[in-house]
Design a protein around this ligand. Structure first.
Ligand code: C2O
Ligand code: CU
Length: 474
């Protein structure tokens, strides 16, 4: 687990931050941080099992934590140590198009042994992550994911809200054999046409934790990131009532989730503030019942024996706002996107490479999903719409399939407006929104970032089986 600074550490960091802000910025001559995805071994399942052959950034699963302050420049050199091409995609960052890491759209895939320089200044503070956008089903399943934390401009919010420390949890999901090796083949038509490659082993920061040590009285900021290909999480912190303070990196008015259940779609992030309100020595269960028949205990929340101070904690204030453009709902143009296909989806036919084909013929080519009747072929990104720079749009996403899809837009965040016609007034921004079977989700955003931006299902098995397209903004 990433243990991070104590409160005193935070204060010191905050002081150092304001000092640094007062000094002249260095010209950006510093060398980039090198990130090397490569084959490695990881002790995912505990010492009685063999190590698992994985692919990790710098050989680590998850990859190293990248931290940068909002608005400051991050420079990373991708050095490809994999046996196949790759890229880096900075999930959820509203960055210049050329840095987005999409092969065939924003750059060429980086061949083995080659490198590529990324540099950008994240405009938004929050919890993000990085992953490959090449052969995503395999590169994700083998472990290529890492956290990108963009810090608030200063420590004022943490200080005002009495945050004692923070942790980042990357939730991973693996489909392993009895020897703790990745079950092959990595992708099957069965997975692609159903819920994707859902695994049998959940890890937290690369291993199976037994207990999460906490102290009575403390307030912890927990940054949750779902890096799984296909698994959804629905976490319940027994005995605790976490505050949701950010979703997909973006601050929201703090709220307590209904029945305390924290839902994370693939690629989704939630920042929680958790008050450790129980007694020293107590233990609670953190469970996941996203798939109710397969509910399980993820870990124990284990209170130290030492007594804390246990002051009463007021509701948190909202995190400092990021500079998101507010969509003009009155003037917005509506774009409808139908999600179709998959097993039990009743899709009769769709277009692939300009040809109308039946589902069986599509499936023979490994393609089973469509957006607005169009199936994306390998390396293809069908145009879903041309958007005028600076204009507001509503996306009406209609799921006509039997599976939930976490739909992700690159380069922008959108505001959740309504689900199934019911307005959602919580003011939540997403970069990835869950669209459940037979349901409709409405989101809105300003197309303020020029370029070609992918819009796809974040289950890579679905994306690669046709569920992807792009919006051209300009
Ligand atoms: Cu997290 Cu298209 O990506
Ligand atoms: Cu999907």
């Amino acid at each position: 687990m990433t243990l991070s600074p104590t409160r005193r550490g935070l204060l010191r960091a905050a002081a150092a931050g304001s000092l640094a802000a007062a000094l002249p910025r260095p010209v950006f001559a510093e060398s980039p941080r090198v990130l090397t995805p490569r084959p490695a071994e990881a002790q995912l399942v505990g010492p009685s099992y063999p190590k698992t052959a994985v692919w990790g950034y710098d050989g680590k699963v998850p990859g190293p934590t990248l931290r940068v302050r909002r608005g400051e420049r991050l420079a990373v050199r991708l050095d490809n140590g994999l046996p196949q091409p790759t890229t880096l995609h900075w999930h959820g960052i509203r960055l210049p198009n050329a840095m987005d890491g999409v092969p065939g759209v924003t750059q060429a895939a980086v061949a083995p042994g080659e490198s590529f320089d990324y540099a950008f200044a994240p405009p938004d503070a929050g919890t993000y992550w990085y992953h490959s956008h090449v052969n995503s089903a395999e590169q994700g399943a083998r472990g290529l994911a890492g956290p990108l934390i963009v810090e608030e401009p200063d420590g004022a919010w943490a200080e005002a809200n009495g945050v004692d420390r923070e942790e980042t949890w990357l939730l991973g999901d693996w489909r392993l054999t009895d020897e703790a090796q990745l079950a092959e083949p990595i992708t099957t038509l069965m997975d692609a046409s159903h819920g994707g490659r859902i695994g049998n082993t959940v890890t937290l920061n690369g291993f199976i934790p037994e207990a999460w040590p906490v102290t009575a009285g403390e307030r912890v900021r927990l940054r949750l990131v779902n890096t799984a290909n296909a698994r959804f999480f629905a976490l319940t912190f027994e005995g605790h009532d976490p505050w949701v303070v950010a979703v997909d990196g973006q601050p929201c008015p703090p709220f307590q989730a209904s029945q305390g259940r924290i839902v994370l779609a693939p690629a989704g992030r939630v920042d929680l503030l958790i008050d450790m309100t129980a007694e020293p020595g107590q233990r609670f269960t953190l469970s996941d019942d996203a798939y109710p028949r397969n509910a399980y205990r993820l870990l124990d929340i284990a209170y130290a024996e030492a007594a804390g101070t246990r002051p009463r904690r007021p509701a948190p204030s909202a995190l400092p706002a990021n500079p998101l453009p507010e969509p003009d709902l009155g003037a917005a143009e509506t774009l409808e996107i139908a999600l179709e296909g998959g097993a039990m989806g009743g899709l009769a036919e769709a277009r692939l490479g300009g040809k109308t084909m039946g589902l069986r013929a599509l499936a023979q080519q490994g393609k089973v999903w469509a957006l607005n009747g169009v199936v994306a072929g390998d390396g293809e990104h069908p145009l879903l719409g041309e958007l005028a720079l600076g204009r507001s749009y509503r996306l009406l996403l209609e799921n006509r399939t039997a599976f939930p899809h976490p739909m992700h837009l690159h380069g922008h965040h959108f505001r959740l407006i309504a689900r199934d016609g019911r307005e959602d007034d919580r003011g939540i921004w997403h970069d990835t929104v869950i669209v459940n079977p037979d349901s409709r989700v409405e989101v809105a955003f300003v197309a303020d970032n020029p370029g070609d931006w992918l819009f796809h299902c974040h289950v890579p098995e679905h994306m690669m089986a046709g569920m992807t397209g792009l919006f051209r903004v300009g």
